[in-house]
Design a protein around this ligand. Structure first.
Ligand SMILES: [Mn+2]
Length: 349
């Protein structure tokens, strides 16, 4: 348990925090909550596919972890091999501080152990869990963050029946714009998002500039939708699209929710990259994408929720030339589609 006392002037804990968090809106919101509870928080956003490599690099930097009293891992969907790398490194560097893991991905559930400060609780977004954690710790509600966290929750869990959902999607557009359009790259964009909205977001207080960004993003998204190619994988109700990473959720859900087609799974693959994401409709009983990915891919899927997951293609690198890349990608997609149809025969056309 965190023992340091609260600084009476700004109600913040004094210890130094290192926060490794998922590079998305939920991950950013986790860090924003921590920054409201601790006076010194160094944040590093990370993508799933990069996690082991980055953990390795940190361990090779002498004294890296020992600069911090607390390491918070938030919204990271840790798998057993990540944990192995991470905890081996902490041991090697003789880390004296505390590690707190807070996440909401179902398949990280094996880690849940409140006595060790490892909290995995599916069903609400990670930022909401972080807020509950620090509220209890500080005995202070941080209720000025509630609207923001509720919006993040509605977006992250894709609660499209929620009254908040329309606003939640707009909030994510703002996040995506600030992160993606930063001249110095996404990590800088992530930090500037946190700086601008360090006290969360009250939707009615958004600036004219924010509203312009949202409007422009909505138009950009519609343009992407109009230009989208949807390829049905022969013999299945699984489609493939190739879009920028920006509006993946929106594009996939527009396809899945369209009553005029019979598509129940969408694989989104950006031809420039080595990773793909996959979404499934609510209509396939028992659908569990990470479970299927784990049987098909050597290292399984990552970033997994039952209806939304990501994965990297084995043996495909970001800069592998297209002619070499495509046959490999195609083979894996084929295997994946076969496995999905095998487990969920409803996906057969
Ligand atoms: Mn996330």
């Amino acid at each position: 348990m965190i023992k340091v006392s609260i600084n009476p002037e700004d109600r913040k804990f004094a210890g130094k925090v290192f926060n490794l968090t998922h590079q998305d809106l939920d991950g950013a919101a986790c860090s924003i909550v921590l920054k409201n509870a601790f006076s010194s928080v160094v944040v590093e956003p990370i993508q799933y596919y990069n996690m082991n490599k980055r953990l390795q690099e940190m361990s090779e930097t002498v004294g890296f972890f020992n600069q911090y009293d607390y390491i918070f891992l938030t919204d990271l969907n840790l798998e057993a091999h990540h944990c192995k790398t991470f905890f081996t490194m902490l041991q090697v560097s003789n880390y004296q501080g505390e590690v707190i893991i807070i996440d909401h991905h179902e398949d990280s559930g094996f880690l849940h152990d409140p006595e060790k400060n490892f909290f995995i609780q599916p069903g609400i977004c990670a930022a909401m869990l972080v807020k509950e954690y620090v509220s209890k710790l500080a005995n202070y509600s941080f209720d000025y963050l509630d609207e923001f966290i509720n919006l993040v929750n509605a977006h992250d869990l894709w609660k499209d029946e929620s009254k908040l959902f329309v606003k939640a999607k707009k909030l994510n557009m703002l996040y995506t714009f600030i992160v993606d359009e930063h001249q110095k790259g996404a990590k800088h964009g992530f930090n500037s998002f946190m700086q601008i909205y360090h006290k969360g977001i009250k939707f009615n207080n958004l600036s004219q500039n924010d509203m312009t960004i949202i409007k422009a993003s909505e138009m950009d998204m519609d343009r992407e939708w109009n230009e989208l190619n949807v390829d049905l994988i022969p013999g299945t109700k699984i489609a493939m699209i190739g879009v920028s990473k920006k509006y993946t959720n929106e594009m996939c859900h527009r396809i899945l929710d369209d009553v005029n087609n019979d598509i129940h799974v969408v694989i989104n693959y950006n031809p420039r990259g080595s990773a793909a994401s996959i979404r499934a409709s609510k209509n396939i009983a028992g659908m569990n994408l990470p479970a299927v990915l784990n049987t098909v891919m050597p290292h399984g899927g990552s970033g997994g929720h039952k209806l939304a997951a990501g994965f990297t293609f084995p043996k495909v690198k970001f800069n592998t030339p297209w002619e070499e890349k495509w046959p490999i990608v195609q083979t894996w997609i084929d295997k994946l589609a076969k496995a999905l149809v095998h487990v969920y025969p409803e996906l057969k056309a």
